[in-house]
Write a protein that binds this ligand. Sequence first.
Ligand SMILES: N[C@@H](CCC(=O)N[C@@H](CS)C(=O)NCC(=O)O)C(=O)O
Length: 213
Amino acid sequence: MNKAIDFYYSPTPNGWKVSIMLEECGLTYNTILINLKKGEQFSSDFLKINPNKKIPAITDYDKNEKPINVFESGAILLYLAEKTGKFIPDSIDERRKLTQWLFWQVGNLGPMGGQHSHFWNYAPTSEKQSYASHRYADEYKKCLEVLEYQLTGRNYIINEYSIADIISWPWVLITKSMGIPLDPYPNVIKWRQRLKERDAVRKGVDLMRNKKN
Ligand SMILES: N[C@@H](CCC(=O)N[C@@H](CS)C(=O)NCC(=O)O)C(=O)O
């Protein structure tokens, strides 16, 4: 088995960010499924890779030195983009734009989508109409509005296809399962479809699809 990169994964939006990036970059990787329902993210072995006990994480053996562990999807995408020189712009000004959208995703779209999705799919019925439940749905919709505005007159989040798109897309892919119609966001609909048509994106999302946990 090729040991270039070990990829700790589960087929979820945060996992797809990295599976899509690995596919886009054409990197060789070995997928290690972490069964979240069984609590495998809490094992002592995985803790050494990711002290935050969540997927995704990677170990890169592609150097003669010590293997490199990286956790947090934003850090992993930046690491892989810098390693390959792909999906990251060269100019300082474009990089500034890229990093602000990366931070936006990990601080806004991801957590608001994640919390809304949790309430929508898992909260007891009595909690579904709670203050917190509405708050997360509204905050997630605000993120979609931000994305809609940014995509006005643009095909991608910054001037070119980049890790800003790769990191954001999975949290927009699943709107149906979160009960959020996309009709008010036509630019987002087009962008979502534009990315869906990429082979690497489809391969990334299909990785171990049947192993949903
Ligand atoms: N901020 C983290 C979030 C990762 C995350 O929430 N992963 C979820 C799956 S989508 C997870 O591992 N959940 C298991 C748990 O919290 O126990 C990142 O962007 O990598």
